[in-house]
Ligand binder design. Structure first.
Ligand SMILES: O=C(O)c1ccccc1NCC(=O)[C@H](O)[C@H](O)COP(=O)(O)O
Length: 208
């Protein structure tokens, strides 16, 4: 199972994730987020074995292009209302892997099909009015198998996101997600902690 830790904001958190079991590290490039980080900071953290994911919300293509280069990103995660055509343009301009975040809703599977030509993966997140992501809210996990099956049919990666934390990871694992994306659940008072990462990883290792 792949792990993404998202919303790294400073040197201390960067060090923690590099010492963790995660495969991907996410950086939030929308200034509306409390987890916003500048591309200049991310550029400083370039050396590691972790894949680097930039999270954008309805961002201009020219800005995405600049940030991808500066922050040395491997993946562009679009977490807003981007269209399939927007994603094609981002792919063509950056040459990077593209992931589309989709809220868990009645039409999520249809949207997976719609976006599938343009993307390499999906992040299925909880739908929270007035927020795009990083809310710490879970959705009805009984829907996970249908998302995983659909992603497998489409030969895409499928991350499950939204409110995953040490207290519920064992329950989540019973739904056999391919990959998990975690932000608030490894934070205490808005700061990533080593204790929560280790607790989560210990529980995941017992199950893997
Ligand atoms: O994390 C944010 O602040 C954020 C803000 C705006 C758009 C996306 C954002 N996060 C994207 C992620 O990939 C999070 O890891 C995902 O939403 C899960 O977050 P959480 O429920 O806090 O674990």
């Amino acid at each position: 199972m792949k792990i993404k830790y998202c919303g790294v904001k400073n040197d201390r958190e960067w060090k923690l994730v590099t010492e963790s079991m995660c495969d991907y590290v996410g950086f939030i490039f929308t200034s509306k987020s409390k987890r916003y980080v500048s591309p200049e900071d991310v550029e400083k953290w370039a050396v590691s074995s972790k894949k680097r994911v930039g999270v954008f919300v309805n961002e201009q293509l020219s800005i995405i292009e600049k940030v991808v280069k500066k922050a040395k990103l491997d993946v562009v995660q679009c977490h807003g209302e981007e269209t399939k055509e927007d994603l094609f343009r981002i792919k063509e301009a950056t040459g990077k892997e593209i992931w589309k975040a989709l809220p868990h809703d009645r039409d999520t599977e249809e949207n997976m099909i719609l976006y599938s030509e343009a993307v390499d993966g999906f992040v299925i997140d909880a739908k929270v009015k007035g927020s795009f992501g990083g809310t710490g809210t879970t959705f009805d996990w009984s829907a996970i198998p249908k998302y995983t099956n659909k992603a497998e049919d489409l030969q895409k990666l499928c991350f499950i996101a939204g409110g995953i934390r040490p207290g519920n990871i064992e329950d989540l694992l019973t739904y056999s997600p391919q990959a998990v994306d975690i932000s608030s659940g490894i934070e205490e008072n808005g700061k990533k902690t080593k204790t929560l990462m280790r607790e989560l990883e210990r529980k995941m290792q017992n199950e893997i």
